[in-house]
Design a protein around this ligand. Structure first.
Ligand code: ADP
Ligand code: MG
Length: 593
């Protein structure tokens, strides 16, 4: 068969309504069976499609079926047979989603176990597409509650499974009862002898489309995802690298800009990393690649497109810094590890708004991706210590010129330090792990009601920033009383010393322009939501990862709040806060007018 695949659904010449639905469903490009199957079915010839589960066969026949329905007639025009009630429901739902913007197309799932009277009433109203299990369809045929004289398209979905389940006779008698000039489409994951005999008897010069592919995802790859706040992804990534001692690793992200950002961030933290993306010249590219292959750099950060051409083997793992827009990309990404029988790790860092993409990857690969627990700071210190001890022991064993540094300890003792202090300081220096602004409680996002599987909840949403000398929460909240003006309609919080007293005279300054270099933001929460300045500072600083002390005046009104933030951070704040919550309440945020 042809290996050419189409890049877009538009190229298949589908109607606007279907394209619109596809976009909404998040199908960005046809899967191989769709790219080849849709045109073949649309041409009108009989088709046999062979492809594994999870490759998108439903839409491969569902789309052309919808394109051929004539809604001016009330007759059944397409019959889809599925092996089980679950599949019949699934398929009819998927066709329903595809038909969302088409007018007047009626689809009905007909299966055993459901009330036959209800089905009969529904069929009487007129149904265009029947998706059913063979037994129940036979039943309706016998009762003459289903008439097939206008059927133009007949689909046998998961045909091998239907035969396995003993539906052979039913299928044959249904097929025998269909109009001669119908189009017959058969999908199956395998092409067994009984299938071949059915196709020979009931299909007319069929076009065979076969999409063989390697197993979608390989068993040796351990797939785990972590729910991570966007701004904590690098922190979590380095914890995972430390924890699992990953020495050769590919990190994927969706954009070139992200590649550069992550590389810089990793380098600052002392990880040997380099990036690769389409903007690099060939010379730079080969440079980066040879350093990575030689083990000089241990982490290669790449976009999907840039990674396509590169040939690396023996990776310990792959990290999806963000979740790819396309399920196929996920498969390609993680397929980089766990090769040749070796085991590999595939970690995905999932922000709240990426969760649905992860779900669709699971649907596509038919593999459950386990939810992982982010290693705690203590965990990391533990593994680093163990490694430090190992390294020291190895160095002592291997060193020839033992004497060279042996007086260092004595020199330090002379300066009045204890051996514990000295070794502790050396360990700290060499291990390079320090507490930073990411406390364990501030890495994962919190499950909201309505989020799927109940994840663990973090204790608090608090930073433990050591360097800034004291928690930012000492300000704000506790002072709220002081800042409340008698009779004023807002609670003003102006953290930076000299401005703290602003408005104290009772004259609200709320509408005055923000200070130079500051942007005023509007938040849809106010006093009625019981939010306090510290909540706002905490949320904004935490989510947008900006120091709390840079946040300016905060004016809390009954139903909304104005907050001044540095101009350069305003967009980051908008992005981080949009659709987010403060104290569990959804907030809308915008530039104040
Ligand atoms: P199959 O019948 O081959 O087992 P399905 O039709 O059930 O596969 O599709 C598997 C999953 O992939 C479904 O969740 C479906 O919505 C999704 N899917 C199908 N086609 C695409 C596409 N082109 N892009 C993204 N997701 C798709
Ligand atoms: Mg299917």
């Amino acid at each position: 068969m042809t290996t050419e695949t189409l890049e877009t659904f538009e190229e298949l010449g589908l109607s606007e309504n279907i394209l619109k639905a596809l976009t909404e469903m998040g199908f960005s490009k046809p899967s191989p069976i769709q790219a080849q199957g849709i045109p073949a079915v649309m041409q009108g010839s009989d088709v046999i499609g062979q492809a594994q589960t999870g490759t998108g066969k439903t839409a491969a026949f569902g789309i052309p079926v919808l394109e051929r329905i004539d809604t001016s007639s009330n007759a059944v025009q397409a019959l889809v047979l599925c092996p089980t009630r679950e599949l019949a429901v699934q398929v009819s739902e998927e066709i329903g989603r595809l038909a969302k913007y088409m007018r007047g197309v009626r689809i009905e799932a007909i299966y055993g176990g459901d009330s036959i009277d209800r089905q009969i009433r529904s069929l009487k109203k007129g149904v265009h597409i029947v998706v059913g299990t063979p037994g129940r369809v036979m039943d309706h045929m016998e009762r003459k509650t289903l008439k097939f004289d206008e059927v133009r398209m007949m689909v046998l979905d998961e045909a091998d499974e239907m035969l396995d389940m003993g539906f052979r006779e039913d299928i044959e008698s249904i097929l025998a009862d269909m109009p001669e000039d119908r189009q017959t489409i058969l999908f199956s994951a395998t092409m067994s002898k009984p299938i071949m005999s059915i196709t020979k008897r009931f299909l007319n010069d069929p076009t065979l489309i076969k999409v063989v592919r390697n197993e979608l995802t390989n068993q040796n790859i351990e797939q785990v995802y972590f729910e991570v706040k966007p701004q904590a992804k690098v922190e979590v990534m380095t914890r995972l690298i430390d924890m699992h001692h990953l020495k050769s690793l590919l990190v994927f992200c969706n954009t070139k800009r992200k590649v550069d950002e992550i590389v810089e961030d990793l380098q600052l933290r002392g990880y040997a990393s380099e990036g690769i993306h389409g903007d690099l010249r060939q010379q730079q590219r080969s440079n980066v690649m040879s350093k990575f292959k030689a083990g000089v750099t241990t982490i290669l950060v790449a976009t999907d497109v840039a990674a396509r051409g590169i040939d690396v083997s023996g990776l310990d793992g792959v990290i999806n810094y963000d979740i790819p827009m396309d399920e196929e990309y996920y498969v390609h990404r993680i397929g980089r590890t766990g090769r040749a029988g070796m085991s590999g790790k595939a970690f995905s860092l999932v922000a709240r708004d990426e969760k649905y993409r992860l779900k669709s990857i699971e649907g596509y690969t038919k593999v459950k991706i386990e939810k992982g627990v982010i290693p705690s700071f203590e965990d990391i210190v533990g593994v680093r210590k163990a490694r430090f001890v190992e390294n020291i022991a190895a160095t002592i064993k291997e060193t020839d010129d033992q004497g060279l540094y042996n007086d260092v300890l004595e020199m330090l003792h002379h300066s009045g330090f204890s051996t514990e202090q000295i070794v502790g300081a050396m360990a700290q220096q060499i291990m390079g792990v320090q507490k930073n602004e990411y406390s364990d409680g501030n890495l994962a996002w919190e499950e909201r009601r309505g989020d799927r599987d109940g994840g663990r909840r973090e204790g608090g949403d608090r930073f433990e920033r050591r360097s800034s000398g004291g928690s930012r929460f000492e300000r704000g909240g506790d002072r709220r009383g002081d800042d409340r003006r008698p009779g004023g309609s807002s609670d003003r919080y102006a953290p930076r010393g000299d401005r703290r007293e602003a408005g104290r005279d009772g004259e609200p300054k709320r509408q005055s322009a923000p200070e130079a270099g500051m942007t005023r933001l509007f938040l849809s929460l106010g006093r009625k939501d019981h939010i306090m300045p510290k909540d706002i500072v905490g949320a904004i600083a935490g989510e947008a990862n900006i120091p709390g002390k840079t946040i300016g005046a905060i004016d809390i009104y009954d139903k909304f709040t104005f907050v001044d933030v540095p101009e350069r951070d305003a967009r980051a704040v908008l992005r981080a806060m949009d659709g987010n919550t403060i104290k569990g309440k959804p907030v809308q945020i915008d530039i104040a007018k």
